[in-house]
Design a binder for this molecule. Structure first.
Ligand SMILES: Nc1ncnc2c1ncn2[C@@H]1O[C@H](COP(=O)(O)OP(=O)(O)OP(=O)(O)O)[C@@H](O)[C@H]1O
Ligand SMILES: [Mg+2]
Length: 162
């Protein structure tokens, strides 16, 4: 049960445009892992997604805070809470429990996670994996949907990008 989609992102604007398509297709109850080296475009994609949903504030990288919340976002598929994690500096499993991060993963939320590898054994499994590959110029991206909901999500991104 898998659905996937690959795309070449020639420049930053292309990454933002894909993010915007994700924002149009987004639905609650998704855990999305963002994979790729430092500077691959993971935060840029989340910025494009939020901009696409009309969020006009600053979208900063949660490298030090671990998570940046965006609550009560209006989407085509209803209101949802989006949590953007960057776990590059994550090293304290007790903090995961005490900060209540577990509760961020629920039926009304979308969690996008940079550097999930850093907390592999405490994170919920992903519904969607997004892999970036840095090229001499631009990026390649691959989106894999693993669950029924995620497959519908990937299918609608495909249609938006065609
Ligand atoms: N498709 C693209 N082609 C070229 N440059 C891009 C592309 N997408 C994003 N960038 C640029 O890559 C740089 C790094 O992007 P970004 O901060 O999103 O990476 P990241 O994957 O979040 O990195 P980190 O792991 O350090 O958080 C930014 O300057 C951004 O403009
Ligand atoms: Mg980042």
């Amino acid at each position: 049960m898998d659905n996937n989609f690959t795309l070449e992102l020639v420049d930053e604007a292309a990454t933002l445009a894909l993010g915007s398509a994700l924002g149009t297709a987004i639905m609650p109850n998704l855990t999305i892992y963002l994979h790729g080296d430092l500077g691959a475009g993971k935060t840029t994609l989340v910025r494009g997604l939020l901009r696409g949903l009309g969020f006009s504030g600053k979208v900063k990288s949660p490298t030090y805070t671990l998570v940046e919340p965006y609550e009560n976002l209006m989407t085509k598929n209803g209101v949802l809470n989006l949590y953007h994690f960057d776990l590059y500096r994550f090293n304290d499993e007790e903090e995961w429990e005490s900060a209540g991060f577990r509760d961020y993963f629920n039926a009304a939320s979308v969690c996008l996670i940079e550097w999930p590898e850093k907390a592999a054994h405490i994170l919920p499994t992903p519904d969607v994996d997004i892999h970036f590959r840095i090229k001499p110029s631009g990026r390649d991206v691959r989106i894999d949907g693993h669950t029924l909901t995620a497959q519908a999500f990937v299918k609608s991104i495909k249609e938006l990008c065609n």
